[in-house]
Write a protein that binds this ligand. Sequence first.
Ligand SMILES: NC(=O)C1=CN([C@@H]2O[C@H](COP(=O)(O)OP(=O)(O)OC[C@H]3O[C@@H](n4cnc5c(N)ncnc54)[C@H](OP(=O)(O)O)[C@@H]3O)[C@@H](O)[C@H]2O)C=CC1
Ligand SMILES: O=C(O)C1=N[C@H](C(=O)O)C[C@H](O)C1
Length: 258
Amino acid sequence: MLDDDIDTESNPPLRVGVLGARGRMGIEVCKAVNAAEDMELVAMVDAGDWLFNVSDAGAEVVIDFTRPDVVMDNLHWCIDQGIHSVVGTSGFTPDRLEQLNTWLAPKPDLGVVIAPNFGIGAVLMMRFAQQAAKYFDSVEVIERHHPNKVDAPSGTAVRTAELIADARATAGMGAAPDATSQSLAGARGAEVEGVRVHSIRSAGSIAHQEVLFGATGETLVLKHDSTDRASFMPGVLLAARRVSDLPGLTFGIDTLLD
Ligand SMILES: NC(=O)C1=CN([C@@H]2O[C@H](COP(=O)(O)OP(=O)(O)OC[C@H]3O[C@@H](n4cnc5c(N)ncnc54)[C@H](OP(=O)(O)O)[C@@H]3O)[C@@H](O)[C@H]2O)C=CC1
Ligand SMILES: O=C(O)C1=N[C@H](C(=O)O)C[C@H](O)C1
């Protein structure tokens, strides 16, 4: 559904390098790139491997699913090398995005696409949450992930909370009127721009989120489940195909879907 018209006759395959290639997402990305007729997987790099494997192999686009603590160094290197990047790794604060813009400034033709979530359903959930936000006084985000996730809250939950907070501010709404008092630290979750976010880590889970809205006499629950990491691949491949035509920094894949 997200496939572009792919002309494999006249165009040489897109040369792709994957960072974090031995991780949960990296393995899935390598599989998806290998299966894409218009792409060639030219480099697989994981912790301890030499980044220059990517440039030596002539990669045009790097796909990074590594860790929040290493992704900025990877991106700095890719930008220096003039390689476009598609990034799923979480942990992008406004400061980090500003830093990336500084690094990108002298490279006007280079593209970086960063998405908190490449799943189409998750992108729509965030969009719907943003639309619903101004109609409900109460809102909380509950995310659930596999037990080995390194960060909490998830990047998706943070982005969802930011979008909700923006929509509430635009509508002139204040903070949610609900009690924040707690007799045990953490019971009311973490606060992201005034929106409560709750993180669950559990065996048997992959990536799940609910956004719970409340108003007098009614609730609205937006729920999204990634039950397989394959769910992220159409979005990742779409971004890889488009990134060279998107100079500068693109945050989220919303604009690529419309
Ligand atoms: N945007 C999206 O749609 C999605 C985003 N994610 C995000 O992607 C990231 C990765 O998730 P996941 O695959 O589950 O994590 P994993 O821990 O399974 O994979 C990360 C891999 O990167 C490796 N790595 C560490 N440092 C480097 C480095 N400097 N260069 C290259 N590789 C390195 C790790 O090695 P080692 O284990 O030895 O450290 C590991 O193999 C997370 O931030 C997660 O939140 C996940 C799913 C979807
Ligand atoms: O670590 C994961 O698994 C995921 N990470 C991303 C996030 O932090 O939001 C995207 C998705 O939720 C899966």
